[in-house]
Design a protein around this ligand. Structure first.
Ligand code: FAD
Length: 579
């Protein structure tokens, strides 16, 4: 079994340079994020992840979660590890202090989740969902709801879920049909009876936490159609009494588990609400205001799903690097010494490893930079809010695509052994494939980016970002070219392009903008790394150089695809397209 080696220096560099955690700590509310605290958190969570989460990764994949007599069970060892996570306070890093959280910047939660997920990505999804539930209740819940639920969610004693998807309502969340009917008499007056079913609910049931707090989107009677008529409810697995103690079981059941390509540790549940008895739910915020509240949770989740791309990429990279040093094949091409060498000596294997590494570091840089902007936005910095909104879809979509590419290269480095399960390379590839799909598919992220974030202010936020990159790229011609090209394509998109033309080019445009930001952040990291000494002073300039000369160079070519326009997509009829 391969252990997990914590990329400590990498994470500290990303936190310091790309998230700007020192500057964040100068704000009163983040004053506890001193450099000593940050270093001890990064070091501590790495050790925890390596010792507690990594050893369970394999059994999670092979045995997975099981539905037994209506309850979901995890393999042996998971309950103990989760209890340690809660006990050691890893769940509460960015939780609000008034609910026993540590009140630290959320970029540190990103780092905590990165370590947990690189060690065991399906397991790390559990605390990740809880973090999102905390944010949604903190921002949109009533004082009573906060008092009832937050302390236990912040600690992780209770876990959170997100219930949006129904068979007919996937990307089109507004098509959901689960209903909520107000209760006007009895002990639950003021609450709602929820009835319906949801599919694909991650960690919808499990035996690791005392209670599960489901955040459920449903529709009240007479609500407007579509997303304007959606309300958000808290529906706990066990009802919680006035005294804060767990009471009767609510009628919420996992009725089936999906059989999936990967992520086997994470139970993906078909959930039934109020089909056999009463499912009591509390309204969060106002009726029909659900989507806004859910967006809080989804924004946090989108950034953290982007981090999942980094997590699997890091794990795949580490595994491939070990294999490439052990597997002996053929002498070096053109060498006089005909002794077979470890494959890591062959140029093409080095190319793959360096590509994996610079993509992983680039994705990490983008994710941490975005997290830093999200933290600044919470300090009532309107410019940071705009920047964060612009960056979140990039972090989600590009970093998850990178997770897949790096995991695929990891299989390739292993040769045939990558395709068989025993090396573990195949698991990374299987696990990574969901990240571009859930939390809004990457296609939907690209639409959000182009139609709302770019076109919403006629390209102003994008232009400001790209100009900042040009001004700070130290005359790196390739990066300046790419940022300039992003501005030009952006102008075309918000100018003469029709809505269909914008949609046709959204995905490649998102990729080129993401690569510009990642390249910029890697250059900034390299400048700092060379001053600090150590191994990273040697490695970072090389990975940054590879990124600029190869990945940025490739991205300039995305310009043509971004401006392809929709005419070609519709020049074949549907019948011809599928003929
Ligand atoms: C393992 C797993 C875990 C999940 N966890 C959760 C969870 O915890 N909670 C939850 O609520 N959901 C969860 N989901 C559901 C997930 O969020 C959805 O699968 C996802 O949002 C996509 O919806 P869909 O599957 O219906 O695909 P569809 O919406 O049918 O999309 C199919 C394809 O069409 C594209 N498409 C759709 N509409 C458009 C459009 N307007 N323009 C352009 N392209 C479009 C999509 O990009 C995609 O490529 C999970 C799913 C899986 C597989």
């Amino acid at each position: 079994m391969m252990g997990y080696r914590v990329p400590l220096e990498e994470q500290l560099l990303a936190l310091n340079v790309s998230a700007g955690i020192e500057e964040l700590a100068s704000a009163k509310c983040f004053a506890d994020a001193t450099s000593d605290t940050v270093a001890s958190i990064v070091e501590g969570i790495g050790v925890f992840a390596a010792n507690e989460f990594a050893p369970l990764n394999r059994v999670g994949d092979t045995e997975g979660a099981k539905l037994i007599n209506g309850d979901v069970r995890l393999p042996t060892g998971y309950a103990g590890s989760y209890a340690s996570l809660v006990e050691q306070g890893w769940n509460s890093i960015a939780g609000p202090k008034e609910f026993a959280g540590q009140g630290l910047p959320s970029c540190l939660t990103v780092c905590v989740l990165e370590n947990l997920g690189a060690a065991n990505v399906g397991f790390a999804l559990l605390p990740m969902l809880t973090v999102g539930a905390v944010e949604a209740i903190e921002k949109h819940g009533s004082q009573k709801q906060k008092d009832t639920y937050l302390t236990k969610l912040v600690s992780g004693e209770w876990s959170g879920t997100m219930n949006l998807t129904e068979p007919q309502a996937g990307s089109d969340v507004g098509a959901l049909r689960t209903v909520a009917v107000p209760i006007s008499d009895g002990p639950h007056t003021g609450s709602y009876r929820i009835k319906g079913s949801k599919i694909f609910i991650s960690w919808g049931d499990h035996d690791l936490a005392e209670n599960i707090i489901h955040l459920v989107l449903a529709r009240t009677s007479g609500a407007p159609t579509g997303s304007k008529g959606i309300s958000l409810f808290i529906a706990p697995k066990y009802l919680v009494g006035e005294n804060g103690l767990i009471g009767a079981r609510n009628d919420i059941r996992a009725v089936a588990l999906e059989h999936k390509l990967g992520l086997h540790t994470s139970p993906t549940c078909v959930m039934s609400f109020g089909e056999e008895g009463d499912c009591i739910g509390e309204l969060v915020g106002t009726e029909n205001g659900g989507l806004k509240a859910m967006f809080t949770m989804m924004n946090s989740a989108r950034l953290n799903v982007g981090s999942q791309g980094v997590q699997v990429a890091e794990a795949a990279l580490q595994r491939a690097a070990i294999f490439a040093q052990e597997r002996i094949q053929s002498p070096r091409g053109g060498a006089t010494d005909r002794t077979p060498v470890p494959i890591i000596e062959h140029p093409d294997v080095r190319r793959m490893l360096l590509r994996m590494r610079s993509l992983t570091e680039g994705a990490r840089a983008l994710v941490y930079h975005t997290a830093g902007q999200v933290d600044r936005a919470t300090l009532n910095d309107p410019a940071a809010r705009i920047r964060a909104d612009l960056l979140v879809p990039l972090a989600k979509a590009w970093a998850t695509d990178i997770g897949c590419e790096v995991a695929s290269l990891g299989v390739q480095v292993h040769g045939g052994m990558g395709f068989v399960e025993e090396t573990g390379a195949a698991q990374h590839y299987r696990d990574a494939r969901i990240f571009p799909i859930y939390e809004g598919t990457n296609g939907i992220q690209a639409i959000d980016f182009v139609m709302r974030k770019v076109a919403g202010d006629s390209g102003a936020a994008l232009q400001a970002l790209m100009n900042e990159i040009i001004e700070n790229s130290n005359g790196e011609p390739m990066l300046t070219d790419l940022a300039g090209e992003c501005i030009r394509v952006g102008e075309w998109l918000v100018g003469s392009a029709s809505p269909d033309d914008r949609l046709a080019g959204a995905t490649p445009f998102l990729a080129m903008c993401s690569i510009a930001v990642a390249g910029w952040q890697l250059l900034r990291q390299a400048r700092v790394a060379v001053q600090g000494g150590g191994v990273i002073a040697r490695t970072k300039p090389v990975t940054a150089r590879f990124f600029i000369n190869v990945i940025v160079a490739e991205a300039i070519a995305h310009s043509a695809a971004s401006k392809i326009g929709s005419a070609i997509l519709y020049s074949l009829s549907t019948e011809e397209l599928v003929s």
